[in-house]
Ligand binder design. Structure first.
Ligand code: CA
Length: 220
């Protein structure tokens, strides 16, 4: 899953980036409102962490513009403002959740997971056939055998498991599992899928659909 962190405090951005990448997310950063606006237009994010007081604009405005443009991206407003009317306004402008600084990182992570699992029917454990992926613990097993995956392998498998039986293109995987610094002509998706297949040790579980992408086989 790919997140956009919109925040102008560099120390906080560094801390968030380290923690989120460790938790298996791809992270892009915008330090001001115009950059955030541009990135939201160009990339498809799964979730946005949005500060309210930003250079060049504010989070309320960004949120309103995104919603007016039809974006259904999950948004968590993160801000030092803790006044009730700001929280109400944030939610009314289209934010899904609201977190007041200073916050504990585990709580932020839990809120991110809670919002992202709305896409999978509210469950934090995904199961496809013998495959089991626990998003809260970042644990993956196949037929009871636990698998040690890198964050990217985990990200690819997680994305495929939310769409079993559907063809997912390399571009889509690149868009949701890697960050903006990845060369779009790289072989990294193919290499990561190859490594993942080796670890799964199950022939054909991730099928290649020629010139279209990859498909996680649904159980018979
Ligand atoms: Ca700020």
């Amino acid at each position: 899953m790919r997140l956009l962190v919109v925040e102008d405090e560099e120390d906080l951005v560094d801390a968030l980036r380290v923690g989120l990448v460790r938790a298996g997310y791809a992270v892009d950063v915008a330090f001001d409102a115009p950059t955030a606006h541009e990135k939201l237009e160009v990339n498809s994010y799964d979730l946005v962490l949005l500060d309210l007081n930003l250079p060049g604009g504010d989070g309320f405005q960004l949120c309103r513009t995104a919603r007016a443009g039809g974006s259904g991206v999950r948004i968590i407003m993160v801000t030092a403002r803790d006044r009730l009317d700001d929280r109400v306004r944030g939610l009314d402008e289209g934010a899904d959740d609201y977190l007041v600084k200073p916050f504990a990182f585990p709580e932020l992570l839990a809120r991110v997971r809670a919002l992202l699992r709305r896409d999978t029917g509210g469950t934090s454990v995904l199961e496809v056939g013998e495959l089991r992926l626990d998003t809260a613990r970042m644990e993956v097993s196949l037929g009871g055998r636990s698998l040690a995956l890198t964050p990217k392998e985990y990200g690819v498998l997680h994305y495929l498991m939310t769409r079993p039986g559907h063809v997912v293109s390399s571009e889509e995987l690149l868009e949701h599992v890697w960050d903006e610094h990845t060369d779009p002509f790289t072989h990294t998706v193919r290499v990561t899928v190859g490594n993942l297949r080796r670890k799964l040790q199950t022939e054909g579980l991730i099928e290649t659909v020629i010139s279209r992408g990859y498909r996680l086989k649904e159980p018979a």
